[in-house]
Write a protein that binds this ligand. Sequence first.
Ligand code: ZN
Length: 309
Amino acid sequence: MTEYALAVDLGGTKVEAALVDPAGRLLDGSRHRRPTGAASTSDRLATAVTDAVRDALAVLPVDATLLGAGIGSAGPIAGSTGNVSPLNLAAWRNYPLGALVAEQLPGLPVTLRMDGICIALAEVWIGAAQGESNVMGMIVSTGIGGGLILGGRMIAGPTGNAGHIGHVAVAGFDDPCACGARGCLEAIASGPRTVAWARDHGFSGETGEQLAAAAAAGDAIARAAVERSATAVGRAIASASALVDLDIVAIGGGFSHVSVDYIALVGTTVAHHSDFGFVTKTRVVASGLSGEGPLVGAAALVHRADLIG
Ligand SMILES: [Zn+2]
């Protein structure tokens, strides 16, 4: 009899739900998605979540057991209450997402954590950081997120938001950030911000894909934009490692594929950052997760409770 976790991943453009087995595999036919979006009302967001969850639960085999739900949410979140305030979903501020999902799983446990933490859990569970104890999982995409595993345990912090590497300030930059600060990694190095920087310097494309193609074809501005992003990510990782002594950082997300050497550029920046060996020893690797990573990470909140502590 297979024991499944209901995994839910809430992001700025979509919510997904699926059933995940104890080996981190999604049950065929159980993955369902609904759009979210910055302009969505609270009611529309709630309907998107409940519809995706209902469709995922509908394929639970009759002879299977449902253990509970794990939810990964775009941050910020409100501690371990299950309430969320995603920066890019303005209609939800301190919204009880955990309670909303729990209504569809009466009597079963529901655990909600920041999506970046879920990615870190997934990298340790079945990804590029298996067997590692001091890990940061990162996503470089429309935004930049992250999560920490230290001493083999997830680090959430008192408000659940530890690991927000996208809002760490990077030396040498002053770009304004949507969070209200300046010089945040996300404001410098995300896909959209990197394309915007290139356009400010004469690049005529509009998407990350166009930037990737131009850089690969030898366009100097596009290449400079890619290197600027990778350098900022590397500096942020080096600073994070100076603080918490990381062994390995696994980077995923669409923009991490903007160039075949993007991960290597980040790693080189870390390796030459300072004279401190405990900083420069930090290995930078590509994510070992597929596009299912956020759902696997949400399921880890159920199946890998040993990492949560
Ligand atoms: Zn910020």
